[in-house]
Design a binder for this molecule. Structure first.
Ligand code: ZN
Length: 288
């Protein structure tokens, strides 16, 4: 049984572009259904993939002195924040929080955890989407650290904290951004005793909106050719894994409890198709 009440979602990404390439289609679906979709960007991201800071300066003989560089980074952070606002609006999401952490070295710090906890108590989400806390090397991967900050933040949010007058809040379910690539784990065999992408959202109907959102992330270099390649290779691979054209993959944190066995319409539709019909369905390419 799914609840008929609107859902309250909070999506927490490490860098400005992460929430869009990992979950832009899912955001669009929930915004269209009338759910509350709040987005949180942990770092300003001015060092990561920025068109001026990390691209133009890469080939310069010298970069500006400290003060000038800091000023420029602030300017670039503002540019990136504006792009994030625009991308969110294209997906129908208006509620946006920038925590402003430095993306130089993202660490699991008490300060960052407290900021997330305060946001969780304020937004009071049913569902949190965030990075998988064991992505990559776990300890030095900024996405994994962001996922850990989010997890600790949710734990702390479940109790009071002096200075925050909002009451405690518990999150119903957490979905971690799926891990992709060639060995995309998609079932209990792919998990090999570990985790696998166990929830997929078919985003075929909103893939153009996601593309428009990625196109807004100009300073990140995510627009244009990159956005198209990314959607084909990542969302296309996720889609192929579950027999649709484009999907976003997630790893759910908590086991689910149902009254009846959960079998999706999608699974029944695919089971009723021939091999060639399934191939045609998952081979659909949006024409852009
Ligand atoms: Zn990132």
């Amino acid at each position: 049984m799914t609840t008929a009440k609107p859902l309250n979602l909070l999506i927490i990404g490490a860098h400005p572009a992460d929430i869009f390439d990992q979950s832009g289609g899912t955001m669009a679906h929930h915004a269209r259904r009338g759910d509350r979709v709040a987005c949180c960007v942990l770092t300003h991201g001015a060092r990561v993939h920025d068109a001026v800071i990390s691209d133009q300066m890469f080939h310069q003989a010298q970069v500006p002195e400290a003060q000038a560089l800091e000023r420029l980074m602030q300017e670039r952070a503002d540019v990136k924040a504006q792009e994030v606002r625009q991308a969110c609006a294209l997906l129908g999401c208006e509620e946006l929080y920038f925590l402003g952490l430095d993306d130089a070295v993202l660490l699991l710090s008490e300060g960052a955890v407290k900021q997330v906890a305060a946001l969780v108590r304020k937004v009071r989400p049913d569902v949190v989407l965030t990075h998988f806390p064991r992505e990559g090397s776990t300890n030095t991967n900024p996405h994994a650290i962001a996922g850990q900050i989010a997890l600790y933040g949710m734990q702390l949010a479940a109790s009071v904290d002096p200075g925050d007058t909002n009451p405690p809040h518990k999150v119903s379910q957490t979905f971690f951004f799926g891990t992709g690539g060639a060995p995309l784990p998609r079932d209990v065999w792919g998990a090999e005793g570990g985790y696998y992408n166990d929830v997929f959202i078919d985003i075929t109907d909103v893939v153009k909106d996601k593309l428009a959102a990625l196109d807004a992330l100009v300073s990140q270099g995510y627009g244009g050719a990159y956005a198209r390649k990314r959607i084909e290779t990542s969302d296309g691979a996720f889609g192929g894994a579950v027999r649709c054209a484009y999907a976003e993959g997630f790893i759910k944190m908590n086991a689910e409890c149902h009254y009846h066995l959960p079998v999706t319409e999608h699974a029944r539709n695919v089971a009723a198709m021939s091999d060639h019909e399934v191939m045609a369905r998952s081979s659909f390419r949006h024409d852009d």
